[in-house]
Design a protein around this ligand. Structure first.
Ligand SMILES: C[S@@+](CC[C@H](N)C(=O)[O-])C[C@H]1O[C@@H](n2cnc3c(N)ncnc32)[C@H](O)[C@@H]1O
Length: 228
């Protein structure tokens, strides 16, 4: 099984971003001790970073296999809410594209895994994201990282925009709508997860459902959309 270069702090972020990386005992600890102690303490010290690294690699490899057909070598890619960036590393390894990241530079003290009406939750550190990308072989000139709350977002046309379990899964699509209208060309593909895929059939001219999570509480669909 392959793995990423992932230290304990990065492994903690991966766990906070992808709860399925928690084993059953960590899930029980979360239930018993509550979200604060889980987010700040147990997710960091009660984990095996090597094991998380392998499982995270496996998870991202599966995500990559699902979306790789939408990507070509010269495409300019935007990733909204990438988390620690494992998927983007796999994309860069295969296609060597330039990738722009928009993320939050903030880790909530009591992470709630649900709909975040005011988009106040964050589960990332932009320093750790950069370190993780560099440690895993992405060259500095091949990426840029933007802080959603502080930076001016790049006003350039992207070919592929990816937002797994972030845009419209945790927070309202509309907070990005105007921005996406400016940076999408008619042929740009935007891939994201949502529990209300039907709504987007009226927002985009073309929508394809590429994955369905029917066994999870949220029952979301992953959609690939064009022509906003
Ligand atoms: C559940 S995680 C998913 C991470 C990653 N896409 C994955 O599939 O593993 C959601 C991510 O969205 C980020 N996020 C929250 N609000 C955001 C915003 N307004 N813009 C960009 N990212 C945001 C969080 O910091 C977090 O890293």
């Amino acid at each position: 099984m392959q793995s990423f270069e992932l230290n304990r702090n990065m492994a903690q972020l991966a766990i906070l971003q992808r709860i399925e990386l928690c084993g059953p005992s960590l899930k029980k600890i979360r239930k018993f001790f509550g979200r604060y102690l889980f987010s700040t303490l147990f997710s960091k010290y009660f984990i095996n970073p090597q094991k998380i690294s392998k499982n995270y690699h496996n998870l991202m490899e599966n995500e990559f296999l699902l979306i790789e057909k939408f990507i070509k070598g010269n495409d300019k890619i935007l990733s909204i809410g990438s988390g620690i960036g494992g998927l983007e590393i796999l994309i860069n390894r295969k296609f060597n594209n330039h990738i722009s990241f928009i993320e939050k530079n903030y880790i909530s003290k009591k992470i709630k895994y649900g709909w975040d009406k005011n988009n106040e939750e964050g589960y990332n550190s932009l320093n750790l994201l950069e370190e993780f990308l560099l440690n895993n072989g992405i060259k500095k000139e091949k990426f840029e990282i933007l802080d959603y709350d502080r930076d001016v977002l790049p006003e350039t046309k992207f070919d592929v925009i990816i937002s797994l379990y972030s845009l419209d899964y945790h927070y309202e699509f509309n907070i990005y709508k105007d921005y996406l209208e400016r940076v999408m060309k008619p042929e740009t593909v935007l891939i994201f997860d949502t529990v209300r895929s039907d709504y987007f059939f009226d927002v985009f001219k073309k929508v394809d459902v590429i994955k369905q999570d029917i066994n999870t509480v949220h029952k979301s669909k992953r959609i690939a959309c064009r022509n906003l």
